[in-house]
Design a protein around this ligand. Structure first.
Ligand SMILES: Cc1cc2nc3c(=O)[nH]c(=O)nc-3n(C[C@H](O)[C@H](O)[C@H](O)COP(=O)(O)OP(=O)(O)OC[C@H]3O[C@@H](n4cnc5c(N)ncnc54)[C@H](O)[C@@H]3O)c2cc1C
Length: 387
């Protein structure tokens, strides 16, 4: 039977490998990672050892050069067992794509290490002043000797403590508009970088997402990733599509796990006085059916979109936005239905359903948020410029 994301035999092997690690390693630690808001080190180490951190890194740098459809299938497997791990993975793969598309001096060395998991990378776009409007940074680069200097309050950086680099954004020197931005690398351990505390969120509690303060941070010329003023192109043409594929697939993984957990519970639990299992109640079966239809509808849209991304046309950017919008909505609705179908067993944490419910909500507040997606899609459909 074919995979809904249209994988060939070689691509399916990557998904199978991810599924095996997810079941053997991620599943073992996920509850503890969530309960203690801790970094899923065992899981990231296992993905590194299996070569999956280099899944989409170009072959010339030692990666497997896999397209978005394989990425989606792998993330979906990871998210079924530990969405925090999946989130860290999505940020790493996405940031590595931007490094590969740009021209930092250490590009080859970084990508070779990114492919093995020795160098974990991530994104640092959101700022206190720009909030979720990631395409319009408040911070600026100032020319300084042979390089640049910046001050910035980055409000969320996934993998903040554990990533070696952050792909970061700022206005170019002398920018007349916040859209005239530049992407550059922040080296985590360098002077001027300070991580502000630990993450204690509602969901994705192991994703190590902390605010990061840059004070008088010196950027060598070689750590500039894009041409000056071309940062928004990188954010919208490289980062956004990969981030959308990854986060949509993460949403789908949460849905698939919610369906499996609900189905298992409806088959296992029963009511003595009627000698019925919960699955004998038509209202609960209907909820499960709704969950399954909604999930495969959203997965099918993503499967279509990743196909278009390999041969893009003028509709592809719209499909990318639609895919994320659909996946976020679907994950929130499906995990909510799972909470209702499983009742107190879900509410009391006897099932993993409430963790899925909390993890699914992160998609809504992550930029581009549902509000941004709707606005972008409405503009595209009425012939207005995005900004
Ligand atoms: C688990 C997690 C991990 C994250 N990791 C990263 C990361 O690694 N790197 C990174 O850069 N960011 C990251 N983020 C940050 C994320 O992308 C958003 O920037 C952040 O969640 C926004 O929070 P805020 O309070 O600033 O929201 P706000 O921007 O203040 O939004 C509040 C509300 O206003 C709406 N809104 C905001 N702007 C507009 C607008 N222009 N039009 C209409 N409505 C609008 C929003 O949709 C939302 O409903 C992460 C977020 C989460 C939850």
């Amino acid at each position: 039977m074919g995979h809904i994301y249209g994988l060939n035999a070689q691509q399916q092997k990557f998904a199978d490998k991810a599924a095996s690690i997810a079941k053997k390693v991620l599943a073992k630690h996920a509850a503890d990672v969530d309960a203690n808001s801790r970094y899923p080190k065992e899981s990231i180490d296992a993905l590194s050892a299996a070569g999956l951190m280099g899944l989409c890194v170009p072959a010339e740098f030692g990666g497997a050069a896999q397209p978005p459809r394989t990425f989606a299938a792998v993330v979906e497997e990871l998210a079924q067992e530990c969405a925090s791990t999946a989130m860290i993975y999505v940020m790493h793969v996405t940031a590595a794509q931007q490094i590969a598309a740009g021209n930092p001096a250490d590009k080859a060395a970084i990508l070779k290490d990114a492919a093995t998991g020795k160098h974990i990378t991530t994104l640092a776009f959101s700022e206190k002043g720009s909030r979720s409007n990631f395409w319009a940074p408040s911070s600026s680069l100032v020319a300084n000797g042979d390089g640049f200097k910046t001050d910035a309050t980055k409000s969320w950086v996934t993998t903040a403590h554990h990533a070696a680099s952050y792909v970061s954004s700022a206005r170019m020197p002398g920018a007349e508009s916040p859209l005239a931005s530049t992407l550059y690398l922040v080296r985590n351990k360098a002077a001027g970088v300070s991580i502000q505390g630990d993450f204690k969120g509602v969901g994705l509690r192991g994703n190590d997402s902390s605010p990061v303060e840059l004070k008088g941070y010196q950027i060598p010329k070689g750590d500039v990733i894009t041409e000056q003023g071309k940062g928004a192109d990188g954010m919208l043409q490289v980062v956004l599509p990969w981030f959308v594929v990854g986060t949509s697939a993460m949403s789908h993984g949460l849905c698939l796990k919610a369906i499996a957990a609900t189905s298992g519970h409806l088959q296992a639990a029963g009511i003595d006085f009627t000698s019925q299992k919960l699955r004998d109640l038509p209202n609960l079966r209907a909820r499960l059916a709704d969950m399954a239809v909604a999930t495969d509808r959203s997965r099918a849209l993503l499967g279509y979109t990743v196909g278009e991304m390999e041969a893009p046309n003028e509709m592809t950017p719209l499909r990318v936005l639609q895919s994320r919008r659909c996946a976020i909505d679907t994950a929130i609705n499906v995990t909510d239905l799972a909470m209702k179908a499983c009742g107190g067993a879900a509410f009391s944490k006897h099932l993993p359903v409430e963790r899925l419910f909390r993890d699914a909500r992160a998609g809504w507040v992550m930029a581009p948020t549902v509000d941004h997606l709707d606005d972008f899609m409405g503009k595209a459909l009425t012939g207005l410029p995005l900004f």
